[in-house]
Each structure stands twice: as C-alpha cells, then as structure tokens.
Design a protein around this ligand. Structure first.
Ligand SMILES: Nc1nc2c(ncn2[C@@H]2O[C@H](COP(=O)(O)OP(=O)(O)OP(=O)(O)O)[C@@H](O)[C@H]2O)c(=O)[nH]1
Ligand SMILES: [Mg+2]
Length: 286
C-alpha cells in the first residue's frame, strides 16, 4: 500500500507538538484538516483515504481490484480544498432557496453538484458534514425517511452550488419523479451527480432505478457509500468490491472510484471535499 504522498512544506503541518499529540483523538466538531493531520498515520489514512485503509485488508493478489489511483490527491491538495468549504466573510457559504420544480430553481451561473439517493441514505447528513466548517449553515437531517421534501440549494462562495435532493423509495414525495427527473435531465449547469448508496445495505432495487436514470440521461455520476461507520471492515470490503465490479461492467457514466464516507466519523469527507473542489474546476490537484 502506498503511503499518502507528502509535498514539500507539508512536513511542517504534520510535525506534531507534544501537547497536541497527546490530544490527538480529541478533535473538534469541525474536524478541521489541521487537526486531522495531527493524528497518528494509520488513523489519518483511515480518515482521509478510507479505500487505502481497506486495501490493506485485501490479499496482495487482489490489490489492483481497488481503484485507488483514479483520484489520488496529495495531503496538501486535500488541505487546500478545505479553503473552499470554510465560511469566511469573503467566502460565504449559505442556504439559497428550495424548489419543488425545476423552473423554481435559482438561476445560477456556477457549476452545480447534486446528491441523490434513497430516503434515509444520508444525503443531508453528508452535506452537513461537508459544511462542518460553515456551522451557520443549517442542513436538516432526520431519522424519519422522506424528510427532505424539496431540492435545497446551497451556495459555496463564488465557486459552486450543492443541491440536497429528496430521497427516492420509501416515503418519497409524490412529485419526486417530476421534480428530480426533470432536474437531472434539464439542469444546464449540473456538473456531477453524487449517487449515495448505503454501505450496509448495498445496491437496492430503488438504487438500480436511479442508476438506470443516470445512464439514460448520460449524466456523469459518482457513487458514494454512506454510513461506513456502521459496516464491519469485512462487510465494507465485500460491498466495495461488488459495487466496483458492477460500476466497471454495467455502467458507462459512473466514475470508477467509489467514495466511502461517514457523516459520524468524518471518514472520507475531506477527500470528497477535495474531489468536489477539483471537478468544479476550482482546484488543480497533482
Ligand atoms: N451511523 C450513521 N448514521 C448516519 C450517517 N449519515 C446519516 N445517518 C443517519 O441516517 C438518518 C438519515 O439521515 P439523513 O441525512 O436525514 O438522510 P437523507 O438521505 O437526507 O434522507 P431523506 O431526506 O429522508 O431522503 C439519520 O438518522 C442520520 O443521523 C452516517 O454516516 N453514519
Ligand atoms: Mg434529506
């Protein structure tokens, strides 16, 4: 397994003052990257590059099975990406508006990324975690499936827009199909769709319908595996391998690398921020 690559200058960030070292596990609620960098190396890898950590558990002959190197930023890139997600007076991160129809959606020139998935899969929680450095932004999450009823638009400075979608499947809003299908099909500035799949349950029937929809509309999309804190390592590894094979053999528009995340432990969140900053053309990695 390759260690996370470090660029010159990162050493300074990683040098750990003794006092901080003792406190390394007690990071703040925001999970700021400078705090993450103070973690012991294995913990850091698990948190920032969850696929790399999983790869450690694969038999050496099977290691090429994990598509690790498609998007493979350095720690420095990941650190730089955080700037886009940090709210400051000059970088305003805010809820913009909600819409139940595409023609009610805000007219925005900047690139947009949206998050779709079954109700309760963790879309709103993931967006809330991505916005942990913008604590003023309110993203509502709920144990009750079908909580998000509208498309919610969030502006990230002058860089891009994130859209939290209502879920499909159980307790989906009645107008879901009209709302989401039309959005996916016609939204001009939609750059990438993140399709969330529960890492415990794997790909379900309703997910297949969403995958077919993305394929039919020829959307570039990315699969995110949620709630990885709830999966055992063995189960997660099995799901990653199965889903990766599915993506490689049955899809055209899906990005080959999966993004496992947890909105509870923040595993994969920093990498996903870096990916979003990169695909929206704001960050040059490698
Ligand atoms: N353990 C764990 N629970 C999570 C995670 N992400 C979300 N949850 C829980 O899953 C439930 C649903 O989360 P939401 O983020 O509201 O899910 P959603 O996909 O937005 O759901 P809808 O808006 O109903 O479509 C909540 O109880 C969350 O606390 C995670 O990474 N780990
Ligand atoms: Mg929601």
């Amino acid at each position: 397994m390759a260690a996370p690559r470090l660029r010159p200058g990162m050493g300074r960030l990683i040098e750990m003052p003794a006092a901080l070292g003792r406190l390394s596990r007690a990071y703040s609620k925001s999970h700021a990257f400078r705090e993450v960098l103070q973690l012991p190396k294995m913990e850091l890898t698990k948190l920032v590059f969850p696929l790399q950590e999983l790869q450690r558990h694969l038999h050496p002959d099977a290691r090429s099975d994990l598509h690790l190197r498609v998007f493979d930023p350095s720690l420095e890139d990941v650190a730089r990406a955080e700037g886009f997600f940090t709210a400051t007076p000059r970088n305003r991160i805010e809820y913009l508006s909600s819409a139940v129809r595409l023609d009610h959606a805000p007219d925005l020139p900047r690139p947009e990324v949206c998050f779709i998935g079954r109700s309760n899969v963790g879309k709103s929680s993931l967006i809330k975690a991505l916005f942990s450095l913008a604590p003023e932004v309110e993203v509502r999450v709920s144990k009750t499936p079908g909580h998000t009823k509208k498309m919610n638009f969030f502006k990230v400075g002058k860089y891009f827009t994130l859209v939290d979608m209502p879920g499909y499947g159980y307790r989906a809003p009645e107008d879901f199909v009209d709302m989401v299908e039309t959005y996916l099909k016609e939204r001009k500035n939609l750059l990438r769709t993140f399709l969330l799949v529960d890492s415990v349950a794997g790909i379900q029937k309703a997910d297949n319908i969403a995958i077919e929809m993305c394929e039919e509309f020829a959307l570039p999309y990315v699969m995110v595996l949620t709630k990885i804190d709830k999966s055992s390592t063995g189960h997660l590894l099995k799901q990653v391998l199965e889903i990766q094979k599915f993506v490689a053999t049955k899809t055209q528009g899906c990005f080959p690398q999966l993004f496992p995340v947890s909105a509870v432990t923040y595993s994969g969140i920093h990498l996903l921020r870096c990916f979003i900053a990169t695909i929206t053309g704001n960050l040059k990695t490698n």
